[in-house]
Each structure stands twice: as structure tokens, then as C-alpha cells.
Design a protein around this ligand. Structure first.
Ligand SMILES: *Cc1c(COP(=O)(O)O)cnc(C)c1O
Length: 477
């Protein structure tokens, strides 16, 4: 499998080549040259596989430059009951006939990002070892991504994690999840400012190619292709669990922000998994809902992005969306480059009169909707009263739209993207009681914490990274 850029002007690369990279040199995102297609017999065999084997069967299509035995061992080491709570990894539960929840958030940080990040940590370790390289992952987080990355990379050889977070602006629970890590390769930097300030610092460091190269700066952000592939697996798992045979169709409802999760569902559909609808749910930050309703893509400015009670979906532009548009315009890189130039120059583009729009409306399976805080609170209450289950505010955004568009004859699978314990404030507002908290998380706020408070100053952050990585280098074998 070769990977090409969505903008058509970068040399093709392998899975290993793109594993540690961010953007393609021409500014696009890397995508497979063609989608693997599953035959019916292959799909039938996959139906009964345990999660790690299923993950291996899907990964090997995309990572065919990895030795099979190694990939298989890696999947088996990643997807264990010890890390994800059950041997099923992403168990399906049924609220009522043809209405299901797919639990994606039983990993170490209680959000679905663990499913991909845990694999990424092991892939990084393996490739860095083979290439005799080291990597300093630098990122900014408002909560979920940073903690998932730290828990996936902690204690790994050849990797350090430098994670910037807004000082005093995360919940005590989120803070504890990150700052209580005692591993010597994890560096928490609490920036005096907001999340945007953290992101600006990261951008600014990345604009210094000399520093980047000298300190082997890398990222684990949501455009990472391996993360998308890892997420394809649970669409298969959920489909098999909710249907009796591969003749049936099932729909998925996906709380969306950067378009990474639902794009994985789209990839599964393109591979031949019988997915009927992909229900895209947004909160008040509704750029994606607007696109799927109107054909117009109009990313917001950071200042227009609202802070909501489903904070992990508070995005202004959906970074993986370019991969979908590339496929919708028949993989025409020049057209994607032109559209993204429109974005830069005019702040948006309009596909509603394009040939691609017909294809999106007729074949892509996407339907969309948005929720408000009020909707989330009502949905959390409704699901608790009707089914006795407590869901988190992000999952509620998905369930809300799922209930509106589901068809009685086809299973609707709602992706549960976080556990309610992470967002207790909204649960208390909706239910008048605290969210259930897994036993191993009792009292984590009281654990000793390790972090450095710094100004939002790229030079100071660079100096900090340099001092830590030089130390590290000095002690390396
Ligand atoms: C990241 C996140 C999302 C959004 O997923 P995308 O892949 O960015 O669309 C939804 N819910 C939770 C809990 C998240 O952490």
C-alpha cells in the first residue's frame, strides 16, 4: 500500500514513512492510493475474530510494509483486557432492539482516543527501535488528547512527551490524569494562558525547522494516519456485534470534532463493511453539520469557537475533513489544493453546485445534526430514565441525533466516546447525582503531581525541551 498526498504533489510513501510525520510536504494529508476492498468470504471470516486478531487483519491492509508476525504481536500486546477492562475491548450493549451503545472508553484515560493512541505508542516504539531514532513528542491539549498520548507513551524507550496544557483550566480530574504521571519521559508544561496560547506555542516551535530537526520534534495529533486506521477496527467490531449476518446493514452515530473518528467509519464503509448511515453529530460548534446540510464548508475563527459542555468537540476547523473531500472529488489533488486555497483566501468553499455534492448526498451515507447544552442535559436524563444508563455529554450529542434519524429496521450503533466520570459537572446538572467512577480512579485528585508552570513563550519552552533532551541524550546508550 502506497500513500499519496490529498493535494497530489508529494512523492508516495509507505505506512512506516508516514507514521511519524504530520503534514505532507505539499501541505496536504497522506491517504492510501486506493481503498482495500474486502471480499465477502473475508468479511465472513472476520465476523468471529477476537478484537486483537480483527485489528491485525485490518491493520495489515494499511501497514503492509510491517512484517506480519510483528504486527500481529503488536496488536495482541495493545488490545488486552488489562488495558481495556474487557477481552472484547469495545463491548456493545443494547438499550432496546436496534439501538446500541458501543463502549469505546474503557481504556486508561476513559475516552475513545485510547483505542488508537495505545496502538500508536507501540508502533512508535517498534519503528524508533528499528530505525535507531529518538522522538520528542510535542503537543497542546485541553484535556483528552494529551492524557491519552501520555498514557500511551509513558515509560516507552526512545520517546519523550512534552505536553502543554492551560494552567488552572482543566478539571481536577483531567489534571490528575496527566500531572500525576511519575514517568521520567513525561513532561507536563502548564502554560499561563488558554488552550489557544498552548497551541500557538507548539505552532511557533514547529516553525523553527532547525530546532525541530536538532531535537527530533514529533506529534501525535488527530491527522496521524495510524490513529485513523486503529479506529476503523471498532466499526467492524460494532457491526458484527449488532448484526446476525453480513447481509444486514447497520448505522453509526458519531460525536464529532476533528472528523477523525467518523472518517474511520467512512473508511470502513469504503472497504465494503455494510454501513448504512454515518450520523455526524456536532455540538454548538457546528461547522461539519453545516457542511453536510448545505455543501458549504466555513471553518470558524478561534474566537468564534464556543466553550461547551462537550469540550472535546469544540473545534473551529476539522483537520481530517480534507481526507474526505479528497475522496469526494474523485481523489483529484489539484482540486483539493484549489479548494484549500479558497479556504485561505475567502474563508470557505462551496461544493453544493459541484458534481461531488451529488455523490456525497447519494452515496456517502452521511447525515448530520447539532445539539445544544440543553439537548445534552435532556438526552442524558432521557437515557438514564428510559434505559438506566448514564452517558457522557459527548455521547449524548450522538444519541440525540441518532434518536432523530434512526430507522426501525436497521441497527443504530451510538459510539460512546467518553465515560461520564470525566464530565461530572454536567452529569450532576442533568441527574442531580454524581457520575459513577471506576474504582481505580477513586481519589486520583489527591495523588502527588508533577508539572512545570511556564509563560506562553516559545523560547522558554524551547529552552526547557533542549535542557531535558540534552540530559536524556547524555545518558543514552
Ligand atoms: C476527541 C473526542 C471527540 C471528537 O472526535 P474527533 O475524532 O475529533 O471527531 C468526541 N468525543 C470525545 C470524548 C473526544 O475525546
Amino acid at each position: 500500500m502506497k500513500y499519496v498526498s490529498t493535494r497530489g504533489h508529494s512523492a508516495s510513501q509507505t505506512f512506516t514513512d508516514i507514521l511519524l510525520e504530520g503534514l505532507a510536504p505539499d501541505g496536504g494529508l497522506m491517504v492510501p492510493e486506493q481503498w482495500p476492498r474486502l471480499t465477502r468470504p473475508k468479511l465472513d471470516v472476520m465476523r468471529d475474530l477476537p478484537y486483537p486478531r480483527l485489528a491485525f487483519e485490518i491493520l495489515r491492509f494499511f501497514a503492509d510494509d510491517f512484517p506480519g508476525a510483528e504486527l500481529k504481536a503488536l496488536a495482541e500486546r495493545t488490545y488486552t483486557a488489562e488495558v481495556f477492562g474487557t477481552p472484547e475491548i469495545t463491548p456493545l450493549s443494547t438499550l432496546e432492539p436496534n439501538l446500541h451503545l458501543l463502549a469505546l472508553s474503557n481504556g486508561p484515560t476513559l475516552a475513545f482516543k485510547d483505542v488508537a493512541m495505545q496502538l500508536l505508542g507501540n508502533l512508535f516504539e517498534s519503528v524508533l527501535e528499528k530505525q535507531d531514532r529518538h522522538l520528542n513528542v510535542l503537543g497542546a491539549t485541553s484535556g483528552d488528547t494529551g492524557s491519552a498520548a501520555e498514557h500511551a507513551l509513558k515509560g516507552k524507550a526512545r520517546v519523550n512527551v512534552f505536553m502543554l496544557s492551560p494552567h488552572g483550566r482543566m478539571s481536577p480530574f483531567q489534571r490528575a490524569q496527566m500531572y500525576a504521571l511519575q514517568d521520567s519521559n513525561v513532561f507536563n508544561i502548564a502554560i499561563e494562558g488558554m488552550f489557544d496560547d498552548c497551541q500557538d506555542v507548539v505552532k511557533s516551535v514547529n516553525l523553527d525547522p532547525e530546532f525541530k530537526a536538532r531535537h527530533a520534534i514529533g506529534a501525535v495529533n488527530s491527522i496521524n494516519w495510524a490513529r485513523v486506521v486503529a479506529q476503523v477496527v471498532y466499526y467492524f467490531k460494532g457491526y458484527f456485534a449488532a448484526t446476525g449476518t453480513n447481509d444486514e446493514q447497520a448505522s453509526f452515530a458519531v460525536p464529532s470534532g476533528n472528523f477523525g473518528n467518523i472518517f474511520a467509519g467512512y473508511v470502513a464503509k469504503r472497504m465494503g463493511l455494510p454501513i448504512r448511515r454515518l450520523v455526524l453529530a456536532t455540538n454548538e460548534n457546528d461547522v461539519l453539520d453545516e457542511f453536510f446540510r448545505t455543501g458549504r464548508y466555513r471553518p470558524r475563527k478561534a474566537a468564534e469557537t464556543q466553550a461547551t459542555s462537550s469540550p472535546s468537540m469544540d473545534i473551529s476547523r476539522a483537520s481530517n475533513f480534507e481526507r474526505f473531500v479528497w475522496d469526494a472529488v474523485d481523489q483529484d489533488g489539484d482540486k483539493v489544493a484549489w479548494l484549500w486555497k479558497q479556504l485561505e483566501e475567502k474563508g470557505g468553499f462551496d461544493l453544493s453546485t459541484d458534481r461531488a455534492w451529488e455523490k456525497i448526498e447519494d452515496d456517502s451515507g452521511f447525515v448530520s445534526g447539532r445539539s445544544t447544552h440543553e439537548d445534552r442535559v435532556k438526552t442524558i436524563r432521557h437515557v438514564k430514565e428510559r434505559y438506566g444508563v448514564v452517558i457522557d455529554p459527548h455521547t449524548a450529542d450522538g444519541v440525540k441525533i441518532a434518536l432523530r434519524v434512526r430507522e426501525p429496521r436497521h441497527p443504530m450503533i451510538c459510539l460512546e466516546t467518553a465515560l461520564p466520570a470525566k464530565f461530572d459537572e454536567t452529569i450532576v446538572e442533568a441527574l442531580g447525582e454524581h457520575a459513577p467512577r471506576p474504582a481505580s480512579f477513586e481519589g486520583i485528585e489527591a495523588l502527588p503531581q508533577r508539572y512545570e508552570v511556564m509563560r506562553a513563550d516559545p523560547e522558554a519552552v524551547k529552552a526547557y525541551i533542549a535542557s531535558r533532551t540534552d540530559l536524556h541524550r547524555g545518558s543514552m546508550q
